[in-house]
Design a binder for this molecule. Sequence first.
Ligand code: NCD
Length: 296
Amino acid sequence: MVMHKIKLAYQFRDGFRMHYKRPVYCTNLFFENSTRTKTSFEMAEAKLGLKILDFDVQHSSVSKGETLDDTLLTLQALGVDIAVVRHPQNKFYRSLNPDNSMGLINGGDGSGQHPSQTLLDMFTIYDEFQNFANLKILIAGDLIHSRVAHSNAKLLKKLGAQIFFSGPVEWYGSEFDQLGTYVDIDDVIDQVDVVMLLRIQTERFDASQNDLSVDQYLSKYGLTKQRAEKMKPTAIIMHPAPVNRGTEIEGELVESSASRIFQQMTNGVFMRMAIITDILRTKGLIESEEFNESAN
Ligand code: NCD
């Protein structure tokens, strides 16, 4: 599944194009803030030539108490083919009506999973190393609150990578035990191929966690220039963003030659085109597919 999606993402990067049997309609429902994921999906949809309907959560009937399920059933009744949903509730998709046959893409559920980010991260790693099984990957930071950490660790483990986790012990969870090894960043920084940093997800903290200080976070747990100098010359820095410069990473490392942070964003558009295309194929909506080098 992962290699299939990566190959399709490469095809889109090289100018693959779709033609549809009829106009295809999509919308993006973001119940949590987003810059990258929402715009990246919109860009992917625009590049695929889909008709994008604006859905403004704040001004929708959700503010009148309509449930997510009823909102999605409404969109289906209106003729929407695909909806991308980001929601603060973990596994929000479990409570949805199974009769709704609209294509549904998880744009991130609470601290649960972030599948499209994971696939774009796998694309970025594969593009760099052409394999996963021989890699050592450090996932560093606020692990328990991060859907990126949960999704990425699970898939990287399946793909055979060796995973290390680092960060404040309060933000490490037992769910990571079978997936990798909890370490001090300084013990592995010179050995890993990928340093994957996470934002401190203050919006997911409960009252008991509010006293965890971020003041000395960079020096204790973050990627400082001193630590970056110890990285292998082939190693790369990743971060799903938004980045808090000076907290999880020293500001200027974001633009350093080892950083793939902006490449991840660029790759994300092609990966999301791949994700959407697989749904359109399943729904039988594609008339023909062709290469057109000027498409991208
Ligand atoms: C991540 C998210 O929303 O989970 N960002 C993203 O989608 N690019 C990580 C984060 O918000 O820190």
